[in-house]
Design a protein around this ligand. Structure first.
Ligand code: ADP
Ligand code: MG
Length: 241
């Protein structure tokens, strides 16, 4: 990577009481890059995401966005700066329509106030995630895959430069996984750097330009997908699961 990474961490340590969930993570995401982050359950992937997005404060180490230190920056400011994530379990506002769910981040993160503009921008984003025809629906009536799309739409509304998708495909069928993957790859084409955290290896391999592996709070591999998947420690971590 010749340019400054869009997102990076150095020596990131996160402890919960006496337990070390992250033990000194160095990580770089290039602008517009697609990176897969894998590792057994409990290896620290979501904790890492939480430290990157500001939901958690690391005990040691630093996080930088576009070359600027953001280690102590509030989560909402990181969202304004262009760092977005989707959650493992979709959390739509159940009392609002699908369109209004997109309107919330447009209003609060991007500062739009005009209702006509809000609706137009919301529908534009719903078109990108394939939910345009469900704009007036309640999230309660959406299928699992559509809820995942809505979750991505809400992240997109913030106009992110980086999107972190933490297990955005859990519980989906093979064809639904492909739908979400196609969507993520399409978003990446518009220049958004993406970190995909996923257990479905077929999806990770198809998506990733680079794969990073966590085991027990440490990064044990980082590189070309094919080479990483043959790394003895990765094979052991996965067969030993
Ligand atoms: P992953 O996403 O890779 O499955 P997590 O980052 O969710 O792993 O969890 C890493 C470890 O940290 C687990 O052992 C988990 O129980 C622990 N952990 C995560 N969040 C907390 C928390 N808020 N308090 C205490 N322990 C936590
Ligand atoms: Mg997790």
């Amino acid at each position: 990577m010749s340019e400054i990474p869009i997102l990076s961490s150095r020596g990131l340590v996160k402890r919960f009481g006496g337990f070390t969930a992250l033990n000194g993570i160095d990580f770089d995401l290039g602008a517009g890059e697609r990176v897969g982050l894998i590792g057994p359950n409990g290896s620290g992937k979501s904790t890492f995401v939480n430290c990157l997005t500001g939901a958690l404060r690391p005990e040691e180490g630093s996080v930088a966005f576009s070359g600027a230190d953001i280690t102590g920056m509030a989560a909402w400011k990181r969202a304004h700066a262009g760092l977005a994530r989707s959650f493992q379990i979709p959390r739509p506002f159940r009392g609002l329509t699908v369109r209004q769910n997109i309107g919330v981040p447009l209003a609060f993160i991007r500062g739009l106030t005009d209702q006509t503009e809000l609706d137009a921008r919301s529908d534009d984003i719903l078109g990108k995630v394939g939910l345009r025809d469900k704009a007036g629906f309640s999230p309660k009536s959406l299928s699992q895959v559509d809820l995942r799309k809505l979750e991505l739409g809400r992240a997109l509304a913030a106009q992110p430069r980086v999107l972190i998708a933490d297990e955005a495909m859990a519980g989906l069928s093979d064809s639904e996984v492909d739908e979400i993957l196609d969507l993520l790859i399409e978003l990446n084409k518009s220049g958004i750097g993406i970190i995909l955290i996923e257990h479905i290896m077929r999806a990770v391999i198809r998506f990733s330009q680079r794969i990073v592996v966590f085991v027990a709070g440490a990064k044990i591999a980082d590189g070309d997908p094919r080479e990483v998947m043959q790394h003895p420690e990765v094979v052991r971590a996965y067969l030993g699961q």
